[in-house]
Ligand binder design. Structure first.
Ligand SMILES: [Zn+2]
Length: 301
């Protein structure tokens, strides 16, 4: 029987699950599911995730291993949560990997959710078949990851690939990470909303498309800053594809058209024909798919 793997993407509101069949380069999504992450003690949340994962694995497995994507930082050695910025502070320091593995009855590999998205889009999504890939997720923050010569760059406890925290302006505005002038400090959803005078990034893009000057200027500023960050990555890594996902990416050509022009202008050493900047393709299940892929590929020994 072809090996199957479970992926769990832990979200602030909902968590997503997926079961994949993987053999060599042949990868198939067999099932996906969504459950409310729910409030309460982290121990209860782990119990819910474990029960939902075990149920899906019973229906579509058996699975050889599981991966869990978390929206923040974890410690690889202990399997404990270090910080989940958008979940209650009670998560800090809590064991996560081992209790989840106990409930599922299979080994669990942890991965940051943006890295899981990167792995999924590079293997099965918008950058499938590309050896070197840069992925960004635009939302509350700016997450990301890189695949170099076919391998996800993971780093200690999965910390490599924080593309949103490149400094693009010395002494720029403060960023949630404690530094100043990061890409995220310019391109986070809340910044676009504040500049554009609307409640959601989507509303800012709609207003800009309708000719609102303030919203148009906000979109222009965000695209310009994002382009500098992407141009740096393109110059350093020469990826075949840059994948942009998250809520803001739904703006489509209104975002991607000017972004492609601005990146090409800011990366003059790189032939613009050598790379493409494309929207993510896998949708909301990308994180769970990436976590399942990580269960197979893992950080290695
Ligand atoms: Zn930062």
């Amino acid at each position: 029987m072809t090996p199957r793997y479970l992926g769990i993407d832990v979200g602030g509101t909902n968590s997503k699950l997926a079961v994949l069949e993987i053999e060599g380069d042949h990868r198939t999504v067999l099932a996906t599911a969504t459950i409310p992450t729910g409030a309460g003690d982290p121990g209860e949340v782990v119990g819910r995730l474990g029960a939902a994962g075990a149920r899906l694995a019973a229906e579509h497995g058996p699975v050889a291993a599981a991966g869990a994507g978390v929206p923040g930082l974890f410690d690889e050695a202990s399997g404990r949560i270090v910080l989940l910025p958008n979940l209650p502070a009670a998560w800090t320091g809590r064991p996560f990997r081992d209790p989840l593995a106990g409930l599922l009855g299979v080994p669990v590999a942890l991965i940051n959710d943006a890295r899981a998205f990167t792995l999924a889009e590079s293997r099965m999504g918008a950058a499938a078949g590309c050896p070197t890939v840069v992925c960004l997720t635009l939302g509350t923050g700016v997450g990301g990851g890189v695949v170099v010569d076919g391998r996800l760059r993971f780093g200690p406890s999965g910390r490599a690939g924080e593309l949103g925290h490149q400094v693009i302006e010395v002494d720029g505005p403060p960023c949630g990470c404690g530094n100043r002038g990061c890409v995220e400090a310019f391109a986070a959803g809340a910044v676009l909303c504040r500049l554009g005078g609307r409640d959601t990034p989507e509303a800012v893009f709609r207003a800009a498309a309708a000719g609102d000057r303030r919203a148009g200027a906000a979109v222009g500023a965000t695209v310009g800053r994002l382009a500098v960050g992407i141009a740096n990555l393109v110059t350093v890594l020469w990826p075949e594809r840059v994948v942009v996902g998250g809520g803001v990416a739904a703006a489509g050509d209104q975002l991607f058209g000017p972004l492609r022009v601005a990146v090409a202008a800011a990366a003059p050493l790189v032939d613009p024909a050598s790379y493409e900047i494309v929207p993510a393709a896998l949708g909301p299940a990308a994180g769970a798919i990436g976590a399942a892929l990580w269960a197979r590929e893992g950080p290695g020994p």
